[in-house]
Design a protein around this ligand. Structure first.
Ligand code: PLP
Length: 364
């Protein structure tokens, strides 16, 4: 059986390091906003070449607080994509803002910059590109449009720890970068966790207060805030794991190359854009007869998933946006053809070859 994703082997490889981290936190018995959070914030910010890192409760919360830090108010509009994990949009809803969708670029599956300007209105506050599947969105034109219209850019980097755009790590390209440490991410915790990166001290300060009841100083609340904190235990685990991230990303890239080289041309393989260093959080193909292929792979012990089968504007929860079918043709078309294959550092070459051979066999 080849599972779609697997975190146990990684834990077994890291057992000593994780137990050491666990023991250190319990010996110190300081669980919220302590030395490990502070150090991890600093280390992850350095990793992304950002001036500031602020640990928060999840990736969704990272986006929510980043939007509030940008001054997003109820009724404001946030331009983003519908081909994303729903939490991107949940965060916009938390901020009581309205998501405005643009279609994706057919080659990279990320925000098509050419479609942004026509969606800008006086209510637009933020452009929120998603570095989907581990590949950076095309940031240069997005940043240029934001500058021209005086908008903020919040990067959803929840699937892109260590991904690069023009040799720069994502997370510090726009005004704020948002990361998730959901366990199966390229850098995953053992529970929920998130982090916001930024080069802007004022925005950092606002996120820093927002995550901790709006306090600047204990019991003195400058703004209305939340409880959204990365905890010490997760930060201690993440500090150990961060040291392995580059090697894990390289291994994912190697697996992607094996798929690229061995998969039949009957399916469409992912493209690494010239501007990108893709870290393959997901390896997503496009294929005909997806349901049949998925069933065939399941019968052969290969688990696959679809990211994502229903674009956000077609989800029941978002029918109030009144965006009809056909509004986002590429997004809608791809939703019926995309399929994510197993990819994680611990997957061995033979298993990757087995997956490729079974797909090739299906298409005869
Ligand atoms: C693109 C994207 N955005 C946002 C999130 C939300 O992150 P979290 O699950 O940590 O809240 C995720 C992960 O699930 C994601 O993949």
């Amino acid at each position: 059986m080849i599972p779609f994703s697997e975190v146990k082997t990684q834990y077994q490889n890291l057992k000593q390091e994780m137990q050491q981290a666990f023991n250190e936190v319990f010996e110190a018995s300081w669980f919220i906003l302590g030395k490990n959070v502070e150090e991890f914030e600093r280390e992850f910010a350095v990793y992304c070449a950002a001036n500031h890192g602020i640990g928060v409760g999840s990736g969704t919360e990272a986006i929510h607080l980043a939007l509030l830090a940008c001054g997003v108010e109820p009724g404001d509009e946030v331009i983003t994509v519908a081909n994303t994990a729903v939490p991107t949009i949940s965060a916009i809803s938390f901020a009581q803002a309205t998501p405005v969708f643009v279609d994706i670029d057919p080659g990279s599956y990320t925000m098509n910059p050419e479609l942004i300007e026509q969606k800008i209105t006086p209510r637009t506050k933020v452009i929120l590109p998603v570095h989907l599947y581990g590949q950076a969105a095309d940031m240069e034109p997005i940043l240029a449009i934001a500058r021209k219209h005086n908008l903020r850019v919040v990067e959803d980097a929840c699937q892109a720890h260590g991904a690069e755009y023009q040799n720069k790590k994502v997370g510090a390209l726009g005004d704020l970068g948002c990361f998730s440490f959901y366990p199966s991410k390229n850098l995953g915790a053992y529970g929920d966790g998130g982090l916001v990166t930024t080069n802007n001290a004022e925005l950092a300060d606002r996120v820093w207060m927002l995550r901790n009841y709006g306090q600047r100083k204990r019991y003195f609340h400058d703004i209305k805030g939340f409880n959204s904190r990365l905890d010490e235990l997760q930060a201690a685990f993440l500090r150990k794991k961060l040291k392995h991230l580059d090697a894990w990303n390289e291994r994912r890239r190697r697996i992607a190359r094996i798929y690229d080289e061995n998969l039949t041309n009957a399916i469409v393989k992912p493209i690494e854009k010239a501007f990108a260093y893709h870290i393959y959080h997901l390896y997503v193909i496009r294929c005909q007869q997806r349901e049949e292929l998925q069933k065939f792979l399941t019968e052969n012990g290969i688990q696959t998933l679809v990211h994502y089968p229903v674009p956000v504007h077609q989800q029941m929860a978002y029918q109030d946006l009144n965006i009809g079918d056909g509004a986002l043709p590429i997004t809608e078309h791809y939703a019926s053809e995309i399929l994510s294959l197993p990819i994680y550092p611990e997957l061995d070459d033979d298993d990757v070859m087995f997956v490729a051979s079974k797909i090739n066999e299906f298409y005869g």
